[in-house]
Design a protein around this ligand. Sequence first.
Ligand code: GAL
Length: 430
Amino acid sequence: MRNRSIFRKSVTIGLSIAAMTAGSAAMAAQNKGTVSVLNWWTSGSEAKSMNVLQQMLANEGYKMVNDAVSGGGGSNARTVLKSRIQSNNLPGAAQIKGPEIQQWCTTGLTMNIDKVAKSQHWSKILPGPVAKGMQCDGHYVAVPFNLHRINWLWINKSVLKKAGAKMPTDWDSLVAALEKLKKAGITPIAGGGDTWQVATEFDAIAIATGGADFYRKAFVDLDPDALSSDTMAKVFKRLRTIEQYEDPNGQGLSWNHDTGLVVQGKAGMQIMGDWAKGEITNDNATPGKQIACMAFPGEHSGFVYNTDSFEMFKSAHSDKSAQYAFARTALSPKFQRKFNMAKGSIPVREGVSLKGFDACAKQSKKDFTAAEKNNALVPSFSQDMAENGAVKGAIFDVIAKFYNNKNMSPEDAAKEMASQAKQAKMMSQT
Ligand code: GAL
């Protein structure tokens, strides 16, 4: 009798679970609206991270069309965005960062998402500078996904050991370790040589060499004295050293290919933002274990941050309801954990548990909090967080020119950076 009632109970539970599952399947199948999302996340871990959002939206009955355009750093995706505007085919959300968010507002094409921001209390759950960066004239137009750190060095521990090199702690010990790797016949640094990758390396060297005040003066304020200073010349000089430890035959390789070389032990180190961590995990290695992470070594510490964000557009090909769902889901605690674990970044939403995240993510959070307190948090110039596209382009051009021309002196490069940045700023203001 007792057994029968247990049986009946479990059948009832079973049936209601089946009914619920069928219900949510029906919900998922029903299309409550579509949002097309332009982005440049095409590496293995990036695509996986985007898939988290697509899946979560699908579970709610929304369709996310993933318009991904390859090219690390997003220059191709930006070109596609401009051409889509011309052909009146705006996406519902586009990956846009830093001051470009405010530039896009002037087109009148962006969509106000205050409704979502208010319901989720964005002004309270986001770090101050991030919340401000998502707004135009006091209204939210963009949604942030994460916090990436740029100034990282990734090291294959066993390769380093095999070469008889020690973990670097400062610039000189880094060069000593690179030399040992070279002597052991291992490519010391994996670096693809494209301008965006080189600028990312320069970014890490700059904070480690000059510190946060110097970084801010140079790349945020565009102070000509800081840009042409001896410190900037030293940053160029160090970039030359790094370049000499890269494989000349490895030029043209993508950042994720380079991360793969470090994981496979074909190269010793990579200087890259922590999206590299997404690839490391994707390749079944553990960041902080087989692949060590450390803030790029130098005389100074600090945190160069990069927040990936999506600006919302009034789009004929997306539904408002799906656009709101996109923004709302992106800042849900569940998405913040799942997405950032796959992407290599840390949650941008405050108060999200880091339980289950790797040691490097925990280090990142600790360093972010300390840098916030010590005024050592700076927006990354190489990842579009500090300046508009024209100024960034001018700075990138000088870095590329120096990297490719061994006869250019570090002092001349620093002077040229100051004059090119000034000119680009003037031009973009007229
Ligand atoms: C950056 C972006 C990162 C990462 C990287 C490489 O601009 O902020 O999230 O994806 O490009 O594609």
